[in-house]
Design a protein. Structure first.
Length: 487
């Protein structure tokens, strides 16, 4: 039995621990915070409960897989419901619609509201599904950095179909050609933000993302997003994984080109295998000081970060749902300001998540818990206090204008999360939510591998390494690492 140390208990770290334990290894998770989950955590204030981080749940089969792998019935431990409506959308000219999860119903909706050809919409979503079928086995489910990934039927199929991935067109250019109405283009461009990228720079390959919602569906965990963390932690502990909180790792120890364990303060934790769920940049910067940081890690453009207001709202809005988007009037300008001017947009697109719509006890009766987020640049030393104050006013103005209600007097409770606090709480470099951006057609290949090419038995999981950020990809990174360790 090998001794395995996991650094960090983000969703990928927990999933890796479960998988390695299922292989028969002894597993210890060392976490600097007093709680598990990383960004996927929760808190309560003044009678309102908030999921602090990720709010969209897709591909639930990857969570179920961990329970099944451990010999447990997933539904006995973790329950969720499929949503009929994905999101509520609001445009500045007064256009509103709810996005049904069913592709045919969605195509009819866009025909009715935006004048789109429903056949073209269905064709676009069908191509998104084909993109997923081509890319998933090669670019998502296996290591890009192992020859064995390509030397099989699925790998060869992926290579032979690279021309279908639209790598040489930007997402926006492709979508603008595909649709008549600029609002439809903006709708599909939004999916670039799912991995913190700019649709005006990122390749059209990212049009694979809509398939996750329209092909597999969107879901809501019945006890909130944080229940993903709590249920998997309980599973891990039940199977014998040890969690040690308030334990900040200071060094990954190396001897003769192989990891021997980690050091936390004066304590040495011996290990045959070390897996870092910490962002790869600070892993090299702080834990591997004797190892030169790879240039692709040092020089890669950061993904976007987020500014989040957690508002207790003393009112209920019938026109809002679980997921809500208030679009910018000038989407291109918004991304120019985020990625080129490195500031918050003058007219940011606003996302509001309201879990009390499905879990009423998350807010007092007659009230709602608003998770209000805008995309912002990673932290490079901006005057965040000034930017946050200005952004708050613009966000309040926008929501009030589109809902025709002044929301300011309705805010009775508030907390704020910005790139600085994201960085300090989760060790995400510069507070970037997804590690590196995908604003380059070869971005997938620039992400760090799930293993070290210099140090034996050192592995990496989580959103800053292959295959990328977001809950589904983090869970896939855990699957890849466990497969590499198993071999």
């Amino acid at each position: 039995m090998s001794e395995c140390i996991i650094i960090g208990s983000g969703i990928a770290g927990i999933a890796t621990a479960i998988r390695l334990r299922a292989q028969g290894h002894s597993v210890t998770v060392l976490e600097a915070n007093s709680y598990a989950g990383g960004k996927l955590s929760a808190f309560s204030q003044n009678g309102y409960r908030f999921d602090a981080g990720p709010s969209l749940f897709t591909m639930p089969q990857f969570v179920d897989e961990l329970f099944a792998l451990s010999g447990e019935d997933p539904r006995a431990h973790f329950e969720y419901e499929r949503l009929d409506v994905g999101c509520h959308y609001f445009f500045e000219d007064g256009t509103r619609f709810e996005s049904p999860s069913n592709p045919e119903a969605f195509a009819r909706l866009l025909q009715e509201r935006l004048g789109e050809d429903p056949k073209q919409v269905i064709n676009f979503l069908s191509n998104s599904a084909k993109l997923y079928d081509i890319t998933a086995p090669v670019f998502l489910e296996n290591s890009l950095h192992k020859a064995s990934t390509y030397l099989n039927r699925k790998g060869l199929k992926g290579i032979l179909n690279l021309w279908r991935l639209n790598m040489f067109s930007t997402m926006n250019a492709y979508n603008a050609r595909a649709f008549r109405n600029p609002k439809t283009t903006q709708f599909f461009n939004r999916f670039a933000t799912y991995n913190g990228s700019d649709p005006y720079q990122a390749p059209a390959t990212l049009n694979v993302i809509p398939h996750l919602e329209f092909g597999y569906g969107t879901y809501f965990p019945q006890q909130g997003m944080h229940s993903i963390t709590t249920s998997l932690c309980k599973l891990a502990e039940h199977k014998g994984v040890r969690f040690q909180f308030n334990t900040r790792v200071d060094e990954i120890c190396i001897a003769s080109g192989k990891t021997t364990g980690v050091r936390s303060g004066e304590t040495f934790f011996p290990a045959d295998v070390v897996v870092s769920n910490m962002d790869v940049y600070p892993t090299y910067q702080k834990l591997l000081k004797s190892i030169k940081m790879p240039e692709k890690v040092k020089n890669t453009e950061s993904s976007s970060s987020a500014l989040i207001f957690y508002w207790g709202i003393q009112h209920e809005f019938e026109e809002l749902g679980l997921h809500n988007i208030f679009f910018s009037a000038d989407y291109r300008r918004e991304f120019e300001q985020i990625f080129k001017e490195i500031t918050i947009g003058d007219d940011p697109t606003v996302y509001i998540n309201i879990t009390s719509k499905h879990k009423p006890d998350d807010a007092p009766e007659g009230c709602e818990n608003w998770f209000v987020m805008v995309n912002v640049p990673a932290n490079t030393g901006q005057d965040w206090e000034a930017l946050i104050g200005l952004a708050r006013e613009r966000i309040c103005d926008k929501i009030s204008r589109l809902l025709k209600t002044d929301i300011r007097p309705l805010i009775v409770s508030e907390s704020v999360l910005d790139p600085r606090s994201i960085e300090s709480r989760t060790s995400s470099f510069r507070g970037a939510l997804y590690g590196s951006s995908s604003n380059h057609r070869m971005a997938a290949f620039f992400r760090h591998a799930n293993f070290s090419s210099d140090i034996r038995n050192l592995y990496f999981c989580g959103g800053s390494v292959h295959p990328g950020g977001g809950i589904p990809l983090c869970l896939l990174s855990a699957r890849i690492v466990s497969g590499l360790v198993g071999k």
